[in-house]
Ligand binder design. Structure first.
Ligand code: NAP
Length: 253
């Protein structure tokens, strides 16, 4: 039956950047659907840990700085040591740097591209190799952005990185569909998290953005839960390489 296909009981999901914001919201959503969570974090993740445990699910905290790819194999190993398998990877961790494009520094370029693109790609590759070894297939969900479609203002490395996330989602889906690996992405609209704290502090920009959102409000981490559970579940087995916007209608304008 169709609702059974959304059930994630017995599944194991790695979620990066699980301690706060959209990563926390998606980890909780996946756990509500039945999954156990290997939560990759850099800052204290006790709040997420408690939320997952209160749902009766297992939470494995894995501390790792994703600004380089050095911890990628350990993330896979620790998950396998604890759970014996991986079913789902959510590449959520990401950063943004704001400055006029004319003044933008190499460091602000490299820092963003390393986390948002390089680590996302090589962690996906490591987990896909594990899926192939298991012979089970699996689900990879990347977090894209409105700036996978649009240029934005004062965020050149972020725009480049999120365009790359949408492209990588397609190529990984193309090459790995034959292993029953579904690679898709979610493009959140303007959401209330640390990522947009500076933007929301600028009252003029906040209100300009709000006025353009057909739903009439900024999004919240809970707003991503339906899309992530869908893409992590058997209900999406024939969805490959697509980026779903969860944006209150922003792109439709
Ligand atoms: P956030 O609250 O700033 O969360 C970002 C997460 O990524 C945090 O858990 C952060 O850890 C983690 N992270 C960043 N760099 C890391 C590193 N080097 N190593 C390990 N973890 C690292 O912002 P968010 O809005 O939830 O962002 C989540 C994803 O959604 C990002 O990919 C972002 O680009 C994307 N997104 C957000 C919006 C929005 O409107 N908020 C819109 C579109 C897309 P720390 O807490 O330790 O920094």
């Amino acid at each position: 039956m169709i609702l059974d296909k959304f059930n994630l009981k017995g599944k194991v999901a790695i979620v990066t950047g699980c301690n706060t914001g959209l990563g926390q919201g998606m980890a909780v959503g996946l756990a509500q659907a039945g999954a156990d969570i290997a939560g990759v974090y850099r800052s204290d993740t006790s709040e997420t840990q408690k939320m997952i445990k209160d749902l009766g699910r297992v939470f494995l905290p894995i501390k790792a700085d994703l600004s380089s790819i050095e911890h990628i194999n350990r993330i896979v190993e620790e998950t396998i040591n604890k759970f014996g398998k991986i079913d789902i990877l959510v590449n959520n961790a990401g950063i943004i740097r704001r400055n006029d494009t004319i003044d933008f520094s190499e460091k602000d370029w490299d820092d963003v591209m390393n986390v948002n693109v390089k680590t996302l790609f090589f962690l996906s590759q490591a987990v896909a190799r594990q899926f192939i070894k298991q012979g089970t297939g699996g689900k990879i969900i990347n977090i894209a952005s409105m700036l996978s479609y649009q240029g934005g203002i004062r965020v050149p490395s972020y725009t480049a990185s999120k365009h790359a996330v949408m492209g990588l989602t397609r190529i990984m889906a193309n090459e790995w569909a034959k292993y029953n690996i579904n690679v898709n992405a979610i493009a959140p609209g303007y959401m209330i998290t640390n990522n947009t704290a500076a933007l929301r502090a600028d009252e003029k920009r906040y209100n300009e953005i709000l006025a353009r959102i057909p739903a009439g409000r900024w999004g919240t981490p809970e707003d991503l839960q339906g899309a992530v559970v869908f893409l992590a579940s058997d209900a999406s087995n024939y969805v490959n390489g697509f980026t779903i916007a969860v944006d209150g209608g922003w792109l439709a304008r």
